[in-house]
Design a protein around this ligand. Sequence first.
Ligand code: C2E
Ligand code: CA
Ligand code: CA
Length: 758
Amino acid sequence: MRVEFTIIFSLLILILTVCTISSMHSKKIIGKSVAFLVCSIIPPVIGNLIIICSTDRFPSMVGYYIYFLGMDAVMYALLRFTLRYCRITRPNKIVQFTIDALLIIDVIQYSFNPVFTHAFDTEPVMFEGNLYFRLIPKLGQTYHRILDYGIFAFIFFVFLIKTIRSIKIYAERYLIMLIAMVVACVWETFYIFSGTPIDRSMIGFAIFGILTYFFALYYRPLKLLDRMLAGMASELPEALYFFDSSGLCIWANDRGIKLADITDDDYALAESQLKDMFGEFDLKTEEWSTEKKLITGTDTVKYYLLEKHTIPYSERKIVGSFLSIRDNTEEQLALQKEKYNATHDVLTGLYTKEHLYECIAQELQKENDKNYAIVYTNVNNFKMINDIFGNDFGDRVLIEIAQRIRATMSEGCIYGRIAGDIFGMCMPVDEFDDAALEESLGHFTVSNGHISHNVLIHIGVYFIPDRSIDISVMFDRARIAISGIKNDYQIYMAYYDDKMREQVLWDQHISSQLSDAIATRQIRPYLQPIVDSSGKPIGAEALSRWIHPTDGFLSPARFIPVLEHNGMIAEVDKYMWKCACEILAKWKKEGREQFISVNISPKDFYFMDVVGVIKNLVEKYEIEPSRLRIEITETVMMDDPENKIAIINEFKKAGFIVEMDDFGSGYSSLNMLQDMPVDLIKIDMGFLNKSEFDEKGQKILHNILNMTRDLGIISLTEGVETTEQYSMLLSMGCRLFQGYHFAKPMPLEELEEWFDRV
Ligand code: C2E
Ligand code: CA
Ligand code: CA
């Protein structure tokens, strides 16, 4: 018997020692408390072992002391452990103090036992032929027992309350401790009441220590974890399905159960149900994700994101896998809406410019032998529609155009709104129907119930010869196509041709070289004499010429319209005015009395303070303002006449002579002459068609001349080419002339020579 117990106790001491060391190294917060508790159990176990092994009274007494005092230490440690384990962060200080004090009293009273023998004594007994020393408990021992049992009962009670009060899955951790305590307690009690001389009660405590070590540090309440994970998984927005390593569905969260319509927790159904819904998918491949679109019974579209993940066990083996299915319909719809908004014009619902270009580019990248046409439409006077009828009406017009485009375009057409009132289309040439386009878009009436307006649209068409051309260039060309019919109210559609392209290239060529041409005097004034009725030269008009290093001699017709179009004419004009002033300054020195007329382009008024600039020039060159005559065309004067009258008056106030150029070439009314405070009008012979310079033309000319005379305005006829014209004009009373009949425009030196000669 003794040998067996010795082995058992030694083993227990060993295990307890290992547990102590292990729990001391544990990273868990409770590790230290566990180590203290387990360690505290070792001395009483040793004490117990000594008691069992003692064949003499003295060692047995020592064993009993170690045992009882050790038990006090166990109670002390157990109390500390319990506070930690039950997470009692603010224990009742009085209770704790009282228990500690009572334990100290116990230790003290034991220390007097060798003197008074009031706590216990031992007596030899024979048991199964061996000598043992049995305990004879006394009063002190009763105190010790009541104290230790009391503390034990108190702790038991704490665990009991914790077990009862906690929800089931949490109660487990307390229940386990309760059971361990019961084991220890029953064992101890059994010994006390069994009356056997061999005290082995510490086995129960040793087991309690080992159980505590295990439960406190290593036991994981799996059920609790399960519940928690399941709870968390059910909170997730995804439907989740877990598969074991063989691919069988073993669990699904609530969403998963609902989505796959799993009944009676028959998770095995999930795979087939899901495959019915989403089509075949593969559970073998480790990781994948895919998007699926489902159309449900009520025709509503739903989008799902399916993701499969594998849970590895080791490098080769897997624990299982799971499939998550997320309903991302909302995100998809939001994304689609965002995409739609980014690619569609809000007002008309047509493609935006960027998207239109992108779609056309994609279409043109297709490998087919189709030919394509680009169509560009522009509403005539759209600004005016907005200004006069308001933006709402303007919007209405645009919506109407969009509707008409939609209705006219066939399947293979791509169309969109490029900007403001500009729409663009691209279509295979065999789907291009010019008549239908013109019919639908050329002109139509828009009405809002109160206002009706006739909308006119110009349609430019460009047949794409080479798909590699930039889309924006294609639209540019279709736009250029309508530049020729801009002011035409009868023609709605125009086609781009190579001449237009050349014109555009020429425009660019000219514009890019202008500044340089002025700086290097490639552009210079030619002067055409102006004579009086006796043929005496009284002045000259400055007309620009461009002597281009590669293109040669350029007449203004080659470059003035281009520059007038893009506004760069202002640069030329300023330069010409300066040249004229330089010449006049020179003439002033030389004693010449002639004047020079300079041309003012309509665009000049946009880009500068014309009067200010010219005034500065005459001041700078110190010339009489009357020597620099100002030619403003009749059409310019017609545009915003009030403003022009003010400008003319300003010029006149400063001493300049203002001429109305190209009189009769525009749509002017003769009444205008009355209002425009000009000093002189230049009648262009050109406006009276030369071949028809018949009686009718002569009559008109005659009347104009009479009227100007009556109004006190001097008239000058330009474009006089023949002696007949000259003598006829003389007879009609015209006094000033300019034209090839007298001289062509020429460089300054030639003009001066000509002046001296005539
Ligand atoms: P314009 O101001 O009406 O100038 C008169 C034009 O008639 C000049 O053409 C002149 O050469 C031409 N001409 C003169 N006599 C005759 C004739 O007997 N028969 C014919 N058929 N034509 C004659 P040019 O120099 O080619 O200039 C054309 C137009 O270009 C000018 O018309 C003027 O409007 C504009 N222009 C020329 N130089 C300048 C300039 O420096 N600045 C601006 N803004 N315009 C200019
Ligand atoms: Ca002129
Ligand atoms: Ca003229």
